[in-house]
Write a protein that binds this ligand. Structure first.
Ligand SMILES: [Zn+2]
Length: 306
């Protein structure tokens, strides 16, 4: 697919000075000289991205099922985490795709809905799964202020041209004390390692991914926007198709999980996907719920928020 490309300033600090970092085909990731954010520049225009996402997700039923299998354990873990703070409430999953996480939360008694930019995925979620899904992007839906108890986004923020605006919108539509849960890849440490050994790869998945957040960067952004109590965790791993990818995902996922717990939840293994949970400020953040059934008995290592 041909993309119409444009030069942009840093999506986080808006400065225009940057250094080249990694090349993948004709695309280049750069590092902002001012805030160190890593992003694609030049990048496809917002319009050309919108066209791209109409074809991004698979269409055949077998591929949709594989997609569900790939994400299942991540979704279950995330649902358990949310249920540790609230037994039910109103939830929005941004970039809800086929709607599997919305369905999971609906089954658990939440009033759950999605926002999705891909028309085919939205149709699937509405017509096959019977879910409520709004056409994206999020900023165009216009939800009221302080509307949701929880907002989630799985592998979404790295696709967004305006990640800061997205986080601000999440903050606006969340109730005070509401939960934000984001899952995102962190690829640069592995890119650096492979580059060192001269191993060619396309791990950044350009131009689909427009940026590569580090845990520190995402935490800083959330705090500046008005979130508090941000906590990272490994949060499981995906099960992609293909033996090589699947083995790598299980191996690094389990290793990083083990390291996280053995280090007293201090070491976040670089290069693997992570989940961050944060709370909208200006109110007492919720404490984890006690009692049977909450959290599904699974240990995610989350301390109570401050
Ligand atoms: Zn910057």
């Amino acid at each position: 697919m041909d993309f119409e490309m444009e030069e942009v300033n840093c999506p986080i600090c808006e400065k225009s000075r940057e250094d080249p970092l990694h090349q993948e085909g004709s695309f280049q990731m750069v590092r902002c000289s001012s805030c160190q954010f890593i992003f694609l520049n030049p990048r496809p225009t917002i319009e050309s991205l919108h066209h791209f996402y109409q074809k991004y997700l698979p269409e055949e039923q077998s591929s949709i099922e594989s997609w569900e299998k790939m994400m299942k354990s991540i979704f279950r873990r995330a649902a358990n985490i949310l249920m540790r703070y609230r037994r039910n409430g109103r939830l929005l999953d941004v970039g809800s795709g086929f709607g599997f996480f919305v369905a999971e939360m609906k089954n658990r008694g939440w009033e759950a809905m999605g926002v999705e930019i891909s028309q085919k995925a939205l149709d699937y979620a509405r017509n096959v799964l019977g879910l409520t899904v709004h056409p994206g992007p999020l900023e165009k839906v216009g939800f009221p202020d302080n509307h949701f108890d929880a907002v989630t986004g799985f592998y979404v923020i790295e696709h967004l041209p305006l990640p800061k605006a997205f986080l601000m919108e999440c903050c606006r539509i969340l109730k005070p004390g509401g939960l934000l849960l984001l899952r995102y890849p962190h690829t640069t440490p592995i890119k650096n390692l492979l580059h060192f050994f001269g191993i060619k790869n396309r791990l950044y998945d350009l131009p689909a991914h427009l940026s590569d957040f580090s845990p520190k960067m995402i935490q800083q952004c959330l705090e500046r926007i008005g979130f508090e109590g941000g906590q990272h965790l490994i949060g499981g791993y995906t099960l992609p198709r293909g033996l090589g990818k699947r083995t790598a995902s299980i191996l690094f996922g389990s290793l990083s999980e083990a390291l996280f717990y053995l280090s007293g939840k201090k070491i976040l293994f670089p290069g693997v996907s992570k989940t961050i949970l944060a709370f909208k400020g200006n109110a007492k953040s919720p404490s984890p719920l006690m009692g049977e059934g909450v959290g599904g008995g699974e240990h995610d290592g989350l301390p109570p928020p401050p």
